[in-house]
Every structure is written in C-alpha cells, then in structure tokens.
Design a protein around this ligand. Structure first.
Ligand code: ADP
Length: 278
C-alpha cells in the first residue's frame, strides 16, 4: 500500500483509510484493505484538498476507484477533473488529505494518458511502444497495438498519425506493464463519433480484463453507456457519485445529462455527498 499525503494524521500507520471508504456511497466491500476482488478499492482519496498556490480547487474529496470498472470524472470545465485524476494517479501530491494505493506491487502501478499526448517525432508507432516496453521488460509491444486496433498503423511515424490514432497510441502506451490502474484524461477529446466510441470500447475492454479505468470526459452519452461509476464534481467537491443507473434513479432523470443539470443547478433534489456541503 502506498499513501501520499501532506496530512499524515489522516492516515494511521499504514492502515486502511476508513473515512474514504465509508464515504463512498455504494461501498459494500469488506475493510481488510485488499483489492483482489472487484468490489475492493484500488485507490482511495480521503478528504483530499488541492490548491494551486493560494487558489483552492478541491476540498474534502473522498472517492474510491475499483478494479474492473470504468470510473468517469465529469463536471464543468475548470472544476478540477484533471487535478483529481492526476492526484489519484500519483502524479501530484494533495495539499491536504491522502491518496492511498491499495494494489499489488506490479512493475508499473499506474498508466497515464495526458490530454493531448505527444510522442517523439521520427519514430513509428511500434518503435514508440518498443521503447516504452523496453523500460519495463515487456516483449510484445505489437500486441498492445492490436489491443487498441492500431496494428495497421504499426509502421507509420507518430507525426503522421491522426488525432484519434495518437490517442489510441497513448492508451496503448498507458497499458504497457499491465498497470492495475489506467488513468485517461479526456481520451476522446476532439475525436469524431466513431473514434470516440472506439476509444470508449477500448476502455471497456481494459475494464473487462480487470483494470481499473479512470477517465475524464464531457461525452455524457458515452459515459452513461460505458461507465460503471460516475463522480460528478462541482464547486470544489463531489456533488454526487454512483452508477449511471443509480444517478438517473436518484434524480428521476431520463439521461445522465439531465442528472448532470439537476445536480449542478439544484433543480431537482440534490444529494450532496460532500461532508461540508449544505
Ligand atoms: P478540469 O479538468 O475540470 O477542466 P482542471 O483540473 O484542469 O479542471 O483545473 C482546475 C482549476 O485549476 C482551473 O481553474 C485551472 O485553471 C486551475 N489550474 C489547473 N492547473 C493549474 C496550474 N498548474 N496552476 C494554476 N492553476 C491551475
């Protein structure tokens, strides 16, 4: 288990982060700290605060990311989706609270697709993956290309790939070493509907093989169809979270978009799961 925190008093000597688990509204798992069944958390955020200098972005965020599921972070621009995704992926340290990784000690814990991934020009898609594979001793990078449907572009130089192909290469790169968590920041940004659907299909395939997939997206239709868990951010915290069907039920909505509007505007009964919210 790896805990990153600037508030050490919120963790207890390598023990389980109970508060984050208790605050996860649909948690039914046991509390032994293991994450080898689908219901147990792989990564938990416990009362996480995040500030850029004096500017506070997140306050008191507690969420749990589980294996074999797609967890989608949604919310308005600038609300802190990327900030939370990067903190959960261990790329940044929170200003307060803690992020705890409960997973196995694999060669690579977390794979990450940034917004607008860029690769070194002059190399083919396969050569690019061969480089990353060599870092973790992986021997079949071509299989990674096949997995995302990019095998026909194996010999194409990365600067000649379309935007969608570049995103797919980035996802393939993120899966090298089979990390238990793959964090994808707006993986379908700027893509046409067909490629967007393909990217979500790839994410679903990853989740089907046990990977915890954490992604941000503004495509609420695909999130509703594909995600197992949705975390809706608003005003520095979690406005609501749950499976798409649970959220639709809660707001008596016909779509995740209606739920989104209702939760953000308070038009319907808004259920706040953030401890300090009214
Ligand atoms: P989202 O992904 O929801 O669009 P972000 O997490 O990217 O939101 O950003 C949340 C807020 O933090 C925004 O107001 C953004 O301008 C600000 N922000 C993001 N990165 C930085 C940074 N490196 N320095 C200062 N402010 C930042």
């Amino acid at each position: 288990m790896t805990t990153r925190t600037q508030s050490e008093q919120q963790t207890s000597g390598g023990g389980h982060t109970e508060t984050a688990e208790e605050s996860s509204v649909r948690s039914t798992r046991d509390t032994d700290g293991n994450s080898d069944s689908d219901g147990d958390p792989l990564v938990t955020a416990n009362e996480v605060d995040f500030a850029y200098g004096a500017v506070s972005v997140l306050e008191g965020v507690s969420v749990a990311i589980r294996p074999a599921r797609i967890t989608a972070l949604i919310g308005p621009n600038g609300v802190g989706k990327t900030t939370l995704l990067q903190a959960l992926a261990g790329l940044t340290d929170p200003s307060g609270g803690s992020i705890t990784y409960h997973g196995p000690d694999t060669v690579r814990h977390i794979g990450y697709l940034p917004q607008n991934p860029a690769f070194r020009p002059g190399f083919s898609a396969l050569e690019t993956l061969e480089f990353y594979a060599s870092l973790v001793g992986e021997t079949d990078p071509h299989a990674r290309l096949e997995r995302v449907g990019l095998e026909a572009a194996a010999d194409r130089r990365v600067e000649a790939l379309s935007g969608g192909m570049t995103q797919l290469l980035g996802i393939a790169q993120a899966t090298i070493g089979d990390p238990p968590l793959v964090a994808l920041d707006e993986p379908a940004s700027g893509l046409d509907p067909g490629m967007t659907t393909h990217v979500f299909d790839v994410a679903a395939d990853l989740a089907a093989t046990g990977t915890a997939v954490l992604l941000t997206s503004h495509d609420l239709d695909l999130v509703e169809r594909t995600a197992d868990e949705v975390i809706l951010l608003d005003d520095g915290g979690v406005a609501d979270q749950g499976s798409p069907s649970a959220l639709l039920d809660r707001y008596e909505a016909d779509s995740l978009w209606e739920t989104y509007e209702a939760a953000l505007t308070g038009d319907l009964h808004t259920v706040r799961v953030r401890g300090d919210s009214s």
